[in-house]
Write a protein that binds this ligand. Structure first.
Ligand code: GDP
Ligand code: IMO
Ligand code: MG
Length: 432
């Protein structure tokens, strides 16, 4: 196995950052695909925490290549801040980072539009609950073939022309949504700031797709890092409560310009329970005290926005859908420790809808809201301590892990029992 994709199996925040950091030990190149600074991937190494939003989570392994794929939408200022934070910790000092020339750029008017739409949606009970990082509007511009790409930051005239053309169409929309028309001074500042950021990023900009292809051809180990999760996928997730990119494993091919035959293995990351940030159906959500207990025990507050995450029981139909959408061959189970000290733990094993039992969520969101979870309950377990193998786990925790792996139809390659690198039970190595 030399090309492995790591993908979130649920609604994001499954612990992809921790797992990518671990798998980077065996990788030569780590490639972020899809999304932008809506992601927040947390790494904890010997008690020290780093949250990455754009830079791949392999960054804590000096000397390994880190690539931002052409399918991403990049806020150049956020990226520069993140590079500076990494360099202050002695990371990214050896030209490890390459930013795809073809990636799209998030500009201030994308964030403005994202926020205005969310504010207006909130007054009508229709907000998506986005991260307000400008993701949707930047991908809209890309699909409309009017987007600004990283390569355009090196061409002042072209950038000015593109921004003017975009704002010509978008200004009436900004005003319609309750914003003020950007002044000429503001627009000039946005462009000047972007050009300056472009100059600072220039040493990192390169042909990401070709670099990845060359590494694969040279039989190097390439690790693709997904952002968000399968159920937030634009085509296959709980639309319209999704993000605007392809979050499933196929997104790795699109972002880097690879064929699917070049992917050797896909690892899905799932929490031992479920969380979701933002709006949208969440059938196993726990309200009140039970949800609050999981939130506090799991530290379930957004790594990007700080918002409290909605918490609930593990949803096997949703997990099965993620497995199918991304062709996962193994799963990493995270946050098993968070369920410790509960008298019992429930798992949704199927849904009931109109008298029928469903093994995957219905695809129509209105049906998903009506679907009733069918639960199986497991006896709880105490603290997991420093377990290093499955055999070290309390028998009830072990039964939980083995049963959900069987019901998801995919083996676990790793069980995580704490945020730190060291708090991990490794079962198999995705690079073989
Ligand atoms: P990502 O977006 O998928 O990378 O996940 P986030 O970083 O947004 O959220 C996962 C959170 O859980 C982070 O705070 C991690 O440090 C933490 N975490 C990861 N694995 C474990 C685990 O096994 N146990 C506990 N208690 N925390 C974990
Ligand atoms: P990581 O990579 C969890 C959610 C937002 C919102 C929806 C659309 O850390 O797992 P967007 O800003 O993308 O237009 O918001 O998607 N969302 C995430 N939820 N983890 C993420 O990333 C997310 N990225 C976007 O909360 O519901
Ligand atoms: Mg996250």
């Amino acid at each position: 196995m030399s090309v492995v994709v790591v993908v979130g199996a649920q609604w994001g925040d499954e612990g992809k950052g921790k797992v990518v950091d671990l798998f980077t030990e065996r990788a030569d190149l780590v490639v972020r695909y899809g999304g932008g600074a809506n992601a927040g991937h947390t790494l904890v190494i010997e008690g020290k925490k780093l949250v990455t939003h754009l830079v791949p989570s392999g960054v804590c392994h000096p000397g390994k290549g880190c690539v931002l794929g052409d399918g991403m939408v990049i806020d150049p200022h956020t990226l520069l801040d993140e590079i500076a934070e990494c360099q202050a910790r002695g990371l990214l000092m050896k030209n490890e980072l390459v930013v795809g020339r073809g990636a799209h750029v998030i500009l201030p008017y994308h964030k403005l539009l994202d926020g205005l739409r969310e504010d207006r949606g909130a007054t009508r009970g229709k907000a998506i609950g986005t991260t307000r990082r400008g993701i949707g509007p930047a991908y809209e511009a890309k699909a409309a073939r009017r987007g600004v790409r990283v390569r355009d930051l090196a061409k002042p005239e072209r950038l000015r022309e593109l921004v003017a053309g975009n704002l010509d169409e978008l200004t009436p929309l900004i005003v319609h949504l309750g914003g003020s028309a950007p002044t000429q001074a503001e627009v000039t500042k946005w462009i000047d700031d972007a050009l300056r950021a472009g100059e600072q990023l220039a040493p990192y900009v390169g042909e990401a797709g070709r670099l990845v292809a060359d590494a694969i051809n040279a039989k190097q180990h390439v690790l693709f890092e997904g952002a968000q999760g399968c159920l937030l996928d634009l085509d296959h997730g709980t639309y319209p409560y999704v993000t605007s990119s392809s979050t499933i494993a196929a997104g790795a091919c699109q972002s880097a310009g690879l064929g699917p035959t070049q992917i050797d293995s896909v690892v899905g990351i799932t929490k031992a329970y479920a969380t979701r940030v933002g709006s949208g159906p969440f059938p196993t959500e726990l309200h009140g005290e039970a949800g609050e207990r999981l939130r506090q025990a799991g530290g379930e507050f957004g790594a990007t926005t700080g918002r409290p995450r909605r918490c609930g029981w593990l949803d096997l139909p949703a997990l099965r859908m993620g497995v199918r959408l991304s062709g996962m061959e193994s799963l990493a189970l995270t946050k098993l420790d968070v369920l410790a000290n509960l008298p019992e733990v429930s798992v949704c094993v199927a849904y009931k809808l109109d008298g029928k039992e469903l093994d995957e969520p219905p695809t129509d969101p209105e049906d998903l809201v009506r679907a009733e979870p069918i639960y199986q309950t497991f006896p709880g377990w105490g603290p997991l301590g420093t377990a290093k193998s499955i055999g070290d786990l309390p028998p009830t925790a072990r039964a939980y892990v083995e049963t959900i792996s069987g019901m998801a139809g995919v083996p676990f390659c790793l069980v995580s029992i704490g945020p730190d690198r060291a708090e991990t039970i490794r079962l198999s190595d995705p690079f073989g």
